[in-house]
Design a protein. Structure first.
Length: 163
């Protein structure tokens, strides 16, 4: 996240909440009147499949925006996924949706950042879907690992082959 966005939220003296490991910030179907911004920690977003199994969507680390999906007609939005804390603790900014909307309308740089954020997340989602659809089960797992890691992971052998 850009330094501007970090400084912007720090400067607003917004309320923060801290959650401990394996607790939930959001649960599918529960109303959410606020937007949460991950300040520090690691969280997992997931959904529950129709057969009851949990399907992990992604892990988020450090400063990231959560729970921006909303219905413009309603004052609150039902969570469409779970957010569970995976680090020892995670700290979040909690911002009322109306206040966040006011921030966006008053600050062009923040609005431009959020537009870029949405475009990037949409592009990542389309690319992940493409990899999942076209690679079968094993290829899908390998590609998720590849997308998650900036650095290649594996083993180097004596003759220089990386597996």
């Amino acid at each position: 996240m850009s330094e501007f966005v970090l400084d912007f939220f720090e400067g607003k003296n917004l309320a923060t909440i801290e959650k401990k490991k394996h607790s939930y910030l959001m649960i599918d179907g529960h109303d959410q009147a606020d937007i949460y911004i991950l300040k520090d920690g690691i969280v997992k977003t997931s959904i529950i499949l129709s057969d009851g199994r949990e399907f992990n969507i992604m892990y988020l680390k450090g400063f990231d925006v959560l729970s921006l999906l909303k219905d413009e007609i309603k004052k609150v939005t039902s969570a469409s996924f779970h957010i569970r804390i995976e680090s020892d603790a995670a700290v979040f900014y909690r911002v009322n949706r109306k206040l966040f909307s006011k921030f966006l309308s008053e600050n062009k740089e923040l609005r431009d950042y959020m537009d870029a954020y949405y475009r990037k997340k949409l592009s990542e989602a389309i690319y992940r879907q493409q990899l999942m659809t076209m690679n079968g089960k094993n290829g899908a797992v390998c590609n998720v690992i590849k997308l998650r890691d900036d650095e290649p992971s594996g083993y180097y052998f004596l003759d220089g082959i990386f597996i």
